[in-house]
Design a protein around this ligand. Structure first.
Ligand code: ADP
Ligand code: ZN
Length: 350
């Protein structure tokens, strides 16, 4: 197990990462009034674990899935917190995937203007990405994560024990963000290339999770609230990926991030930002995790991207694209050119 400190200005957090991390739960929660939030799937799979680790906690089980990441569930959670008579020094434990983590973090930030939050991410995606860095949110009126706060958890516990029950689709989702990290960090990239034929292997994932967390911690420390632009680099692949995700649905978020990176790497190559050999190596890596479908109407899907809140509007689109191993660039393109590129490239993929 590794211990990674995230030294943010608002509130430092400690990440325990690797086999044995869950054994820290006792120490972290000792003497606290506890509120444990989880979803129906995780509760079914980890009921005994929860009862053993949190014997005296108030428990709140919410329906699983992103479609429940809304104000109704948020206020249901807050009601349960009130019913449990949580005091200001109480602690909320969000045990589940990114959806539980996002809502649990937000509820913790709101209840009595903030009680401590502990994240116990149970999906690979949440372990490598969403549980670290303090982004919390719900979706509203069809806009993803539009109501939320930056609220750092006190502790994050990333234990690979949870990954054993995770379906391959959910593993792929996390691998998407891991490969994205590989396009930003040389160390992660080299490990991925060396292990590209065992991407779905749990011992490989366990090892690389800590590297991804360490990388993300470094970014979050320097740009906690996404102000300097550094944290924005974590959105690589997300502009196109998110547009396709909204338009086509079905696949997991991480799969769309990879598909987004794939298309954006082709654009970056044509724009002369990215050299062909490295672009091919990256796309080969992406191909190990996801099969690329043929997309119809990709231009229309791309238009949706223009409403992505991550783009500041206007006639230009901003993409974070790989440049070289461990280096990225921001590419600003007129919307028309971006869409034309996608139409051209999308049509060529079968
Ligand atoms: P994310 O992919 O952002 O982490 P979710 O919180 O929606 O998203 O989790 C994805 C799905 O996986 C949900 O249906 C959730 O209930 C389920 N899930 C979470 N953790 C586990 C686990 N350890 N084993 C099996 N299923 C899990
Ligand atoms: Zn993402």
């Amino acid at each position: 197990m590794q211990i990674i400190e995230v030294k943010t200005k608002s509130r430092p957090s400690t990440v325990y990462c690797g086999a044995g991390a869950a054994e820290k739960i006792g120490e972290v929660t000792r003497g606290k009034q506890l509120f444990v939030l989880t979803d129906t799937n995780v509760y079914r799979l980890y009921k005994e674990f929860i009862e053993e680790k949190f014997p005296a906690a108030a428990l709140c089980v919410v329906p699983a899935g992103e479609k429940h990441k809304n104000r109704h569930t948020l206020f249901f959670i807050l009601d349960k917190m009130l019913d449990a008579r949580l005091r200001r020094n109480a602690m909320l434990v969000a045990l589940g995937g990114g959806v539980v983590g996002d809502m649990g973090g937000l509820a913790a930030s709101l209840y009595m203007r903030g009680i401590s939050a502990v994240q116990v991410p149970t999906t690979l995606l949440a372990q490598v990405d969403s549980s670290v860095g303090g982004k919390t949110a719900i979706d509203h009126r069809g806009v993803k994560n539009v109501i939320g706060a930056f609220y750092q958890p006190q502790t994050v516990i990333c234990d690979p024990l949870f990954l054993r029950t995770l379906p391959k689709r959910e593993l792929r989702c996390g691998i998407g963000e891991i490969i994205k990290t590989g396009a930003l960090d040389k160390g992660v990239y080299e490990k991925l290339k060396a292990g590209e034929n065992r991407l779905f292997n749990l011992s490989f994932l366990e090892e690389i999770t800590a590297d991804c967390v360490r990388f993300k911690a470094g970014v979050v420390e320097k740009d906690e609230c996404e102000k300097s632009g550094l944290r924005k680099s974590l959105n690589m692949g997300h502009t196109t990926g998110h547009a396709l995700e909204l338009f086509y649905g079905r696949r997991s978020h991480g799969a769309y991030v990879l598909i987004g990176m794939y298309f954006e790497s082709l654009i970056a190559e044509r724009e002369g930002i990215l050299a062909h050999a490295y672009a091919e190596a990256l796309r080969a890596l992406i191909g190990k995790a996801v099969t690329l479908p043929h997309f119809e109407n990709i231009g229309e899907a791309a238009r949706v991207a223009l409403y992505d809140k991550k783009n500041e509007g206007g006639d230009e689109i901003s993409l974070i694209v790989p440049k070289d191993v461990g280096a990225y660039a921001e590419l600003r393109l007129p919307v028309g050119r971006y869409i034309a590129y996608l139409q051209e490239i999308g049509g060529g993929i079968a």
